[in-house]
Design a protein around this ligand. Structure first.
Ligand code: HEC
Length: 135
């Protein structure tokens, strides 16, 4: 009797330990809607990114549009952060993107060209990291 109880406890303990971290459960259609939302956000990041690439190639860091397009990327990424993706790494990357873009914005405000260039490159690495996994 005692042995059975002990075995039962051990099994229960094992089951508790091996249980994976809870992740949000989504239906197929919820996932599909999320993908559509992500795609729509990304399409809105396309033009600002293109403009920032062109402006940084021409060292136009102090052009008012540099700040404008940085703000636009922040606005779109804020929407991305709100998505509770079923993959934790996606949520980590969108948060990382938010802090990269905040640092870029601070650099733009400081008008330090070297710093702006460095932060813009850093932000693009994070765009690419997420695309390498999820695009
Ligand atoms: C947390 C993940 C994530 C981050 C960060 C991210 N993206 Fe994306 N991006 C995606 C996914 C997923 C797709 C594929 C969307 C699709 O086509 O369904 C994508 C696609 C795109 C596309 C193609 C859109 C199209 O369908 O035409 C562009 C442009 C784009 N991203 C720009 C950016 C830029 C610029 C950044 C950085 C400022 C960025 N993304 C950061 C996840 C991310």
């Amino acid at each position: 009797m005692k042995l059975t109880l002990l075995c039962l406890m051990l099994i229960l303990l094992g089951a508790c330990k091996s249980r994976p971290e809870p992740t949000p459960e989504y239906s197929k259609s919820q996932k599909r809607n999320m993908e559509i939302r992500i795609d729509e956000i990304m399409e809105r990041m396309d033009w600002p990114e293109f403009a920032l690439v062109k402006m940084s190639q021409n060292k136009m860091y102090d052009h008012p549009d540099f700040k404008k397009y940085t703000d636009e990327l922040i606005k779109q990424n804020d929407r991305l952060v709100k998505i509770e993706h079923w993959e934790k790494s996606f949520n980590r990357l969108s948060k990382r993107m938010a802090s990269d873009l905040d640092e870029l914005k601070a650099a733009v405000e400081s008008k330090d060209q070297l710093l702006i260039n460095q932060k813009w490159k850093q932000a693009k690495v994070t765009c690419k990291k997420c695309h390498d996994i999820f695009e």
